[in-house]
Design a protein around this ligand. Structure first.
Ligand code: ADP
Ligand code: MG
Length: 339
């Protein structure tokens, strides 16, 4: 019989990384969510060679002091929850305390951070994580990730071309930008600006949507602004004429989180079912808000899936709201909220 042994922490982290980090875009998702959790309203993502060689995320959030930095990259260390009650009503994107620990175990990670009241920042250089050193820095945090999977050849093999990897990054950034309209986003690839979106006021939300989904979507879109029984839904659904051959323009956010969910897709699809040709897919960007305690986000390591406590209620609310918008020329606005 083989002996049972405790795995070294570095290997434990690498195994955990396997769950959340598939490619550069997954790293960027974790880092941008951290920036959002830190209250940033300006986030800049720089990517070199599709992100495989290097990617970095800079934010103007609340930053971290020197004593926090080694904790930030330790596994199961988080500032976002304390106990089970917190977990059940979690309103932040993060709570597992695993992303930075995982990412540093499969890349060369550098962390620079400065709180607003400090007169300089602190840096953790790759590999020397117990000794922060002082460095000049702007308030906020910079996470720089190089050579993703350099020590995990099996994972590196699954990375695609620079173009494909950057495509994933680009798609992700567009979703994050629509889910968080009050944040300014910049995306730079190989020194070339790809997205440059200033924070949205009500008047410019349309511009951001047009920049992300195209003017064609906007012209065909009907507005939804509905609320009922603790749920509220805002956004745009494209008219059936705009239906697509793929599901590439289906953006759904739950409390600001980019989510893929069968129940949601089903409810919306059903609302379109009378008016959509077989094999065509609806296009929409919709943002659902509900009590954080009414949705379990601790279902999947990347939190791409959620579980609603009242699944039936959410399904019916979505179906009715979308159905009504499609039946109303020009869309259903707040004046016709779902009862
Ligand atoms: P989680 O987000 O689940 O807490 P992470 O490993 O992503 O776990 O981050 C660990 C901790 O590091 C966070 O709880 C937070 O306190 C801190 N942190 C990470 N990124 C940032 C950031 N951009 N700004 C401020 N603090 C951060
Ligand atoms: Mg996190």
């Amino acid at each position: 019989m083989a002996e049972i042994r405790q795995l070294p922490q570095s290997l434990v982290n690498q195994i955990a990384a396997g769950e959340v980090v598939e490619r550069p875009a997954s790293v960027i998702k974790e880092l941008v969510e951290n920036a959002l959790d830190a209250g940033a309203d300006r986030i800049e993502v720089q990517v070199v060679a599709g992100g495989v060689k290097q990617l970095s995320v800079r934010d103007n959030g609340h930053g971290m002091g020197p004593e926090q930095l080694p904790l930030a990259i330790s596994p199961h260390a988080t500032s976002k929850i304390r106990d089970l009650d917190d977990l059940e009503a979690v309103a932040s994107f993060g709570f597992r305390g695993e992303a930075l620990a995982s990412i540093q175990s499969i890349s060369r990670l550098r962390l620079v951070s400065r709180t607003a009241d400090a007169d300089h920042g602190w840096e953790l250089a790759p590999g020397v994580f117990d000794e922060p050193r002082p460095t000049p820095a702007k308030a906020g945090t910079l996470v720089d990730v190089r050579d993703l999977f350099f020590n995990v050849p099996a994972r590196r093999k699954f990375l695609r071309t620079e173009r494909t990897e950057f495509g994933h990054v680009d798609q992700l950034m567009r979703k994050l930008a629509l889910a968080n309209p009050d944040v300014a986003f910049r995306l730079i690839h190989n020194d070339r600006p790809v997205l440059d979106l200033s924070a949205v006021t009500l008047e410019t939300l349309d511009q951001r949507i047009a920049a992300v989904l195209g003017q064609g979507f906007l012209e065909q879109a009907r507005e939804i602004d509905a609320s009922a029984s603790g749920f509220s839904l805002q956004g745009l659904v494209a008219s059936p004429q705009y239906a697509r051959a793929s599901t590439d323009q289906q953006l759904f956010f739950v409390n600001g989180r980019v989510v893929r969910d069968r129940l949601i897709a089903h409810a919306i699809r059903r609302a379109y079912s009378d008016v959509l040709h077989h094999g065509r897919h609806p296009a929409y960007v919709l943002s659902l808000h509900l009590d954080p305690a009414a949705v379990d986000v601790n279902v999947h390591p990347t939190k791409a899936e959620v579980r609603f406590r009242d699944a039936r209620g959410v399904h019916d609310f979505l179906f009715q709201s979308v159905h009504r918008a499609l039946a109303t020329p020009g869309g259903a606005s707040s004046s016709s909220a779902v009862e």
